[in-house]
Write a protein of this length. Structure first.
Length: 313
């Protein structure tokens, strides 16, 4: 008998627009048959919040199959494998936010509280009925309407609403510490969990010199086995994934600072400007200098690249 084929899990990279607190995917373009032509779980670099306006189908949260209906909403942490499928047209709307940025805003200069908050809100994925969690459901719909209408001060309003949502998630998850969660990242037996330590290692130490062996050690694997496993699951070589994350961090740095390209390269883990330029152009099709000069023209290209490359939305 041949070796059992390991399921592929796609990595979908999303970028929050400059000056915004979230990336909102709203409107009629999200009326569709979900999962059509797809057979893989995927995960995101951001926290995903979804609301089912109408329809019914199935959400797979790692290895747990959950049935959804109209007026249910989902809360899915970063790096959590999932997918949505339906047999007929459904209407979901979504927004994505960076939980680390939000908790830094909530607890400035308090690293222990930031770590605690991240651990609590990322501890599980949820699929919930709006009728049973009305306060959270109304917050989610309010955030979506603010992003849809874009009235005066919508950016500030959205930022504060997302903070309130994070507090509600913490309130909901904190009492479950003594219970066995319905869905947990740490207890899941899915293949994604075998390489999750490497994903977390990259997110934390992307600016350092990282070898494939370091990532393999984090997962308690041999380097050869790790490289093969990572590529089979993520559909991307581990060092390519690392450089993709570094490019995203470089975009963030260039948006927020006037650092020279030499400083950006070093701060984001590239050994020199030449390596930085080569990888940046690979993913964005332009040089860092041109991107910074005309960043509005390239704001969504990284998103588009990964969506097309990995069969995402």
């Amino acid at each position: 008998m041949g070796r059992k084929k390991r399921p592929t899990i796609e990595f979908r990279f999303y970028e929050i627009p400059q000056g915004q607190s979230c990336l909102a995917l709203l409107g009629e373009k999200w009326i569709r048959i979900y999962g059509e032509g797809e057979n893989a779980l995927h995960f995101h670099n951001l926290f995903e919040v979804g609301y089912c306006r109408y329809g019914n189908g199935e959400i797979v949260l790692d290895e747990r199959n959950c049935q959804y209906v109209t007026n249910m909403f989902s809360l899915i942490p970063p790096n959590y494998p999932h997918t949505t499928t339906s047999k007929e047209e459904n209407f979901w709307e979504y927004f994505f936010f960076d939980p680390e940025i939000v908790v830094q805003q909530i607890y400035p200069d308090n690293t222990p509280k930031q770590r605690e908050a991240i651990q609590i809100i990322n501890k599980r994925a949820d699929l919930l009925y709006a009728d049973e969690d009305q306060e959270m459901a109304e917050l989610i719909k309010r955030i979506m309407e603010e992003m849809r209408d874009k009235r005066s001060y919508y950016k500030e309003t959205t930022q504060n609403l997302i903070k309130a949502l994070v507090f509600l998630m913490m309130r909901k998850h904190k009492p479950m510490d003594a219970e066995k969660p319905v869905i947990t990242e740490m207890e899941s037996s899915g293949d994604m969990m075998t390489i999750k330590p490497a994903i977390e290692y990259i997110e934390e130490k992307y600016a350092d010199e990282i070898r494939a062996l370091d990532l393999a050690n984090a997962c308690n694997m041999s380097e050869t086995h790790f490289r093969r496993t990572f590529a089979e699951i993520i559909n991307m070589a581990p060092m390519d994934y690392l450089n993709l994350v570094r490019v995203q961090k470089a975009c963030d740095t260039m948006k927020k600072t006037d650092h020279s390209m030499e400083i950006v390269a070093v701060e984001c883990g590239f050994g020199n400007v030449s390596t930085f330029n080569r990888n940046f152009k690979k993913y964005l099709g332009t040089s860092p200098y041109q991107w910074k000069k005309n960043k509005d023209n390239y704001a969504n290209k990284l998103l588009d690249y990964n969506i097309h490359a990995l069969k995402g939305w």
